[in-house]
Ligand binder design. Sequence first.
Ligand code: ATP
Length: 353
Amino acid sequence: MKRVVVIEGEDASPEAVRPVVELLRSLELAISWEFPPIGAAARASHGSLFPQEARDAIDASDSTLFGSTSGPSGPALMYLRWGKQTYANVRPARWTPGCASPLKDPSGIDFVIVRENLEDMYVRVEGDLETLRPLDLRSPTAGRAVNDMGPGRFALKVITEEATARVTRFACELARTRRAQGHPGHLTIGTKHNMLPASDGYFREVALATAREFPDVAVESFIIDDFARRLIAEPQALDVVLLPNLYGDVMSDAAAGLIGGLGLAPSGCYGDDYAYFESAHGTAPDIAGQNSINPTATLLSGVMMLEHLGFADAASRLRRAVDEVYTSGLSLTIDQGGTASTTAFLDAVAARL
Ligand code: ATP
């Protein structure tokens, strides 16, 4: 029996998570679903957004299915990411016929972004330039002392050898797995190493050195702006893409745009001991309360979770059912040019299972 914690999140997010969990439960797999108190409800009942009881439930679980948060579920998300050290954010971009891609020919788009999930700018050490004064730093591009630049702010970009090497190993293993499934199995790295040699250059250097442990995985490396152009112009050429945290966050939303939008993009965050799954999109506050959010991203995140938990057959049945609904062109949600509600779309998926 596997244990899964469900965190519904805020705004429109519960409208996707609740019916998706209902659908997953209807598969009657050996999973116990748990709903610990988290967020605004937990503050009311336990006086805390993330009570100990919820943390214990996550620790005792095999995985978490997370919605999206606009704040109240944030402490739980921080724990799932930094507390559980889920360092590899996997964001697949696969186009399915019927999905509303803006490209003339999106056929064959099927790649995965692996985003380093814990460091880079996301260490979130920001501050006033004044606090850097004792360091007496100099900007080689501006040709002047940072102390002469204020008033202003800074943000720290941290790239460590350990975090870069482990996410690179994860990406290379994924490339191998994908090759076994019939994909090219090669790795593309994107960094701004020309402008930022000491940080992005270091990411690239460590990633290239680590990838040499996988001589069967071909590796290419592009400057991130060149990568952005390639992402749009020839996305079919990509297979596994390794990016530092911030570029990975931005580029994966762009990748979601290519395949038909945020409503379609799932993700999984993997560590050595734990993994949790969440749609790549946010809480879509502008459509909250309308039963119109596209639940595909959440459902496909659930499919990734089932694969991770060892329910491969159920996962591929579900994926096929989703693909069939899109191919049929019926029961599509508003973001895909249809008129179906969230629940009507999921009913159509269930009917094809
Ligand atoms: P975050 O910063 O939390 O990632 P965001 O700024 O990317 O959030 P989203 O909440 O993802 O914002 O929403 C961006 C736009 O996309 C909104 O107009 C929203 O309604 C739409 N959107 C996001 N997810 C979906 C979805 N699943 N179905 C339909 N529309 C969506």
